[in-house]
Design a protein around this ligand. Structure first.
Ligand SMILES: Cc1cc2nc3c(=O)[nH]c(=O)nc-3n(C[C@H](O)[C@H](O)[C@H](O)COP(=O)(O)OP(=O)(O)OC[C@H]3O[C@@H](n4cnc5c(N)ncnc54)[C@H](O)[C@@H]3O)c2cc1C
Ligand code: FES
Length: 304
């Protein structure tokens, strides 16, 4: 597959100039800071404020990425934001489109979620370090997600299930604010059928909800796994991840076997601007996935 930095991603496109003409006309040359045009081919509303978008490159092949990586996604004229890749390519059906699940919280994410089908969005990437899925062979794996945090974990879940026989127990602990905020409802059942123990909990619910009520870290004790041979992948609000790490430590899973995806404000996405600094690291380059034992001392430092 081509990567988005490749010239093919932007050349020979109907309506766009070739390189020589483009350079002469002052159009930026291809590179990691130049967004590639992707067409929005479908969108699904998951919750009141969250949409799952499917994108295909206007030209060239799909995007090669590893679970846990992100792109810088833009709706032209409204800004560019880091969004995790939640599907696409080999982990979904065949040559699947690039999938992003986006929560509309501000100007850029609202414009991205409101973009009509057929419109063009800008994509740079993929960037960042992935989940260490390949290194977990033989282990019990706990996937712990809060809210939109399930989106960056979805490709990891699909990769684990694609080679189900390589792993021990696979458990998903997933929490949302209320039942209406839960993502990927149909897929949760499908994943369970394929060998993932799914435990869903909500912070609050009406009497019609028959599932768990309570915060995600409390579900750790309900999960069935061998602590001596377990690893965990975490994504969600930082406070949720901190309490989950404590619960895992209480169950015997050390922080050197816990991996977390971190969010920081980003601009360049490629380690140049320093906006995403976390301790001595840059989240866009050294993260967003970190081993928690390396992360905890930097999280203890108060940001100015
Ligand atoms: C590596 C990475 C992966 C991400 N993956 C996803 C994803 O898959 N889906 C998704 O919906 N969002 C994801 N985010 C968060 C997303 O980038 C922010 O919601 C977005 O930047 C907000 O931009 P805006 O212009 O819409 O809102 P703004 O107007 O910039 O902000 C609106 C509100 O969101 C808060 N906010 C802004 N940036 C962030 C941030 N980086 N993290 C947390 N809160 C923020 C602001 O404090 C403010 O309260 C990810 C962030 C990172 C760093
Ligand atoms: S976003 Fe610029 S250095 Fe990370």
């Amino acid at each position: 597959m081509a990567t988005l930095g490749s010239a093919e991603a932007r050349l020979g496109m109907p309506g766009l100039p070739d390189t020589a003409t483009a350079v002469a006309a002052g159009v930026p040359e291809p590179g990691p800071m130049v967004p590639a045009p992707f067409t929005l081919v479908s969108k699904r509303q998951d919750t009141l404020d969250t949409w799952t978008l499917q994108l295909r490159p206007r030209t060239g092949e799909g995007l090669a990425f590893a679970p846990g990586q992100f792109t810088m996604l833009s709706a032209f004229g409204t800004g560019e934001v880091p969004i995790s890749i939640s599907g696409g390519g080999g982990w979904d059906a065949g040559d699947g489109p690039l999938v992003h699940t986006v929560r509309a919280v501000g100007l850029a994410t609202q414009a991205i979620c409101q973009a009509p089908i057929g419109s063009t969005l800008g994509v740079r990437g993929p960037f960042g370090q992935p989940w260490p899925v390949e290194q977990l062979t033989g282990a019990d794996v706990l996937v712990v997600a809060g809210g939109i945090g399930l989106a960056p974990l979805r490709p990891a879940i699909l990769a684990l299930l694609a080679r189900r026989e390589r792993y021990g127990r696979l458990v998903l602990l997933y929490g949302g604010r209320d039942p209406d905020q839960l993502l990927y409802g149909d897929e949760l059942c499908e994943w369970e059928r394929r060998g993932l123990d799914v435990v869903v909990t909500v912070d609050s619910a009406g009497p019609e909800w028959l599932g768990h009520v309570g915060v995600v870290p409390r579900m750790v004790r309900r999960a069935s796994f061998d602590p001596a041979n377990a690893a965990a992948l975490l994504c969600g609000p930082e406070v949720m991840m901190r309490f989950t790490v404590s619960a895992l430590a209480g169950a015997g899973v050390g922080s050197d076997r816990v991996y977390a995806s971190m969010e920081r404000n980003m601009q360049c996405g490629i380690g140049h601007c320093g906006h995403c600094q976390l301790g001595p690291t840059l989240v866009c380059r050294d993260g967003p996935v970190y081993r928690w034992s390396e992360l905890e001392r930097w999280l203890a430092i108060r940001e100015l």
